[in-house]
Ligand binder design. Sequence first.
Ligand code: FEO
Ligand code: CA
Ligand code: CA
Ligand code: CA
Length: 508
Amino acid sequence: TGQAAAPRSFPPFRMIEPTTADTITLPAGYRFQVLAPWGEKFTDDGRTIGFNHDFVGFFPIDLLEGGRSSTEALLTINHEYVNPLFVGGNTKERTAQQIRAEMQDVGVSVVRVRREAGTWKVVPDPRNRRIDAFTDVELTGPVRGSAVVKGATTVKGTVGNCSGGQTPWGTLLTCEENVDGYQKAWEGSGYEAMHQGWVTEIDPFDPAWTPKKRTGMGRFRHENAAVVLAKDGRVVAYMGDDMQDACIYKFVSRGKYDPKNRAAARDLLADGDLYVANFGNGTWVLLDYDRNKKLQDARNGDKPLFTSQAEVLADARAAALAVGGTPVDRPEDIEVHPRNGDVYAALTNNSKHGNFFGQIIKWTEAGSDPGALKFLWGVFAYGGPQSGFASPDNLVFDAYGNLWMVTDNSDLGTNPIKAYHGNNAMFFFPTEGPNAGKAYRFAVGPVEAEMTGPVFSPDGRTLFLAIQHPGEDSPSLDQLTSTFAAAPGTKIPRPTLVAIEGFPGWRA
Ligand code: FEO
Ligand code: CA
Ligand code: CA
Ligand code: CA
């Protein structure tokens, strides 16, 4: 087991060194188990787990009865994108069959899991299901039925499912990030670019509830949605637009959350205000066509840039820049400190600025109220050879308020990082005390993989982590660069969820 140590100042493990080994390397006393790999059957009607796992949601099986089980849950797994070398097996010809295979392997899996005799396993449940590029999803908010979507109220599917968030009422927010390539890749499939790039809400507990796109939260390269409550009970979601020189947003619901009324809570994200962060003066700027004259005055040549709120939301990035939103170095994940409400954001890197290592920033809302419109910010930790990490991506806090972060160096190619970083890794940071902001390496992933979706069980004894795109740069099936989590008797690497154990758990 991990070494007992002061939880807010030191990690519960002995830090490991960088490595390029094709496995998950962990500190002494920790172990991992492969759970829910790509291609595994998990529903009665024979559906299989999708590809390239990203965000993982942990919904205790007894959540709706007020429980917090740490040994049984509905997990949600985002499937961000496919590698056609492995999915469908046809990287060159865009046959209808190939396109269909790809469209079925993206989206989200809802998977019931249970811990029994020291092992996690996938178990049958009528709620086990796939939401893929074919699933009906309802549009909600100002864009629903508007000219921007040619009057559509229901659309097909959710794609580019990167990170996400969980709501206090037990639903998943899955974030549609890199959606631009599909129009061409899936030609003839009916794919519509304007139907993607939103935040989609899914109720893992209720398969009959049609998933909802929350258009009021804007359309951009949605990385994540970190959900908290304002002091007055409105719901606040912090979101990043993961592109070079793009912005950070927050959505604030019109209505207030009533824990006793789940049906009403499931409608809260249909109606609210979208703001963009101005880091120059520490303010949240409203993106509302009727209430912010800058949006009415914005011009593209001699034409107005926007004529309605639906148009503002559909190109939230342009709207953000028009009102003074601050472009930053690729906002990846955002999380809220569980004890003091500070908001942490990973700015992963920006090759345009020669920022190869990235940094983690944090801000404090006025009065520590997520509903506030002013904030103070600073840098929490810088990537680089000194700190040992580079390209911070997904974040998760533990119950003490320690920050855990995984890196994603995959987009950078040859750069100064390779010399010290090894494979993508997971780091632990105290956020208080003398070691605040110091990075301790906890885990290193397999070859060419990114570790994503970290989430702890409520008791802190299991960390679920997704292993995304192992062996991604394999030139062919005969020249695989990784065999991580290959099915027995095969060599093809598989993206998978893993359960990591050995943690001491939270102590009272
Ligand atoms: Fe899919 Fe920005 O990571
Ligand atoms: Ca990410
Ligand atoms: Ca996260
Ligand atoms: Ca990533």
